[in-house]
Design a protein. Structure first.
Ligand code: SF4
Ligand code: SF4
Length: 349
């Protein structure tokens, strides 16, 4: 691991060097009704639009690697023979400038399913390999519980990672290309004072975390509480809208459908992200629905995140970003659901 520091005014130069690629970063989307500023990851064309002081974005980077809808293949018939066309939709290198640890961890978790299995998904994997990621420390929000999920820091999956020391950035370098790029701006070896300020900054941030989830023995507790009445209670509140999966950085379930042109001269195969909370998620041919009620679907989502993925990969599929709870119209949050399953009072706001 290599570390450097550079003064803040060099950030714009770094941005301009990288701007020969597509640059995606956190940017303001205006104010919500209650005076809260909204942020989104979007393509940037001006350094001034980059907002590294962002709180959290409604969506993570997932739409850039796993779009809501993607054409997997298309077919056309010409002169009596057909042609297949596959576009992996991978073009210029994408630079993601300013990504919090939880969202980098979310991509690392998606990799385990979509890139690191016997049959990698070429659409996802191609986009993933085309990413240059600059991470940055967050300011914990009252609804984030990433610390409980062990995702408040990140060990890999980025090129460089910035920590704001006030007048300078402390940079952790993880790739040769990040090292090469940093040769183009003035940087220095961190000295004792930088080390001290780095530790102080990290400790100050750690004190900001307020929301927690007790994950101790959670897989066993979920096994024991599979028939618990709390699932019925949460199911009654759930609107089965699927918004939680839509905003979740690690939900990857999808459906594939085939569409034939009216003139029968073309067709396409389309993938659309789906949610296990939607009413027909577990419906099979013939009309039988294995999870016809909202409580069994909501329960399934929690068991996949905190039980099944844990068994398969020895880690949870939840990074504790809190987005699902913020977006849920029924006010269902992970900390509240897990606390109720454990028989605890709901402690977090
Ligand atoms: S938990 Fe909330 S966001 Fe998710 S499906 Fe139910 S109502 Fe919608
Ligand atoms: S389940 Fe909720 S808190 Fe966990 S990663 Fe998904 S959106 Fe974030």
């Amino acid at each position: 691991m290599l570390f450097r520091v550079f003064v803040k005014k060099e950030l714009e130069t770094l941005y301009e060097i990288l701007a020969v690629n597509h640059v995606v970063g956190p940017t303001s989307r205006g104010m919500a009704k209650r005076g809260k500023e909204l942020f989104a990851f979007d393509y940037l064309y001006d350094f001034q639009d980059l907002r590294l002081d962002f709180t959290t974005t409604t969506h993570s980077l997932k739409p850039f690697v796993l779009p809501f809808q993607e054409t997997l293949s298309s077919f056309i018939i010409e002169d009596g023979s057909w042609e297949k066309h596959v576009d992996l939709n991978i073009y210029k290198q994408h630079v993601f400038f300013g990504v919090h640890a939880c969202d980098i961890n979310a991509l690392n978790k998606l990799d385990k399913v979509l890139s690191e299995q016997a049959y990698p998904d070429p659409f996802y994997t191609g986009k993933r390999r085309n990413m240059f990621i600059i991470g940055i420390d967050c300011h914990p929000q009252p609804f984030c519980f990433c610390r409980s999920m062990g995702t408040d820091t990140v060990l890999h999956g980025f090129d460089m990672y910035l920590t704001d020391l006030g007048d300078s950035y402390f940079v952790e370098i993880q790739s040769a290309r990040a090292w090469d790029i940093l040769q183009q701006i003035p940087t220095a070896e961190p000295d004792e004072e930088d080390h001290r300020r780095f530790v102080e900054t990290v400790e100050a941030r750690n004190r900001e975390f307020s929301c927690q989830v007790d994950t101790s023995d959670l897989t066993k507790i979920l096994d024991l509480e599979f028939q618990s009445p709390v699932w019925e209670e949460w199911g009654k509140q759930c609107l089965s809208c699927g918004t939680c999966a839509n905003v979740c950085p690690t939900c990857y379930c999808y459906g594939v459908s085939e569409h034939v042109d009216l003139d029968l001269q073309g067709a396409s195969k389309i993938r659309q992200l789906y949610s296990c909370n939607l009413i027909d998620f577990a419906e099979v041919a013939g009309g039988h629905n294995f999870r016809p009620d909202s409580s069994s679907r909501l329960k399934y989502r929690y068991y996949h995140k905190h039980r099944g993925f844990q068994e398969a990969f020895e880690e949870s599929l939840c990074v504790g970003c809190g987005r699902c709870g913020q977006a849920c119209l029924a006010g269902i949050t992970v900390p509240d659901v897990i606390a109720s399953v454990r028989g605890q009072e709901e402690e977090n706001e």
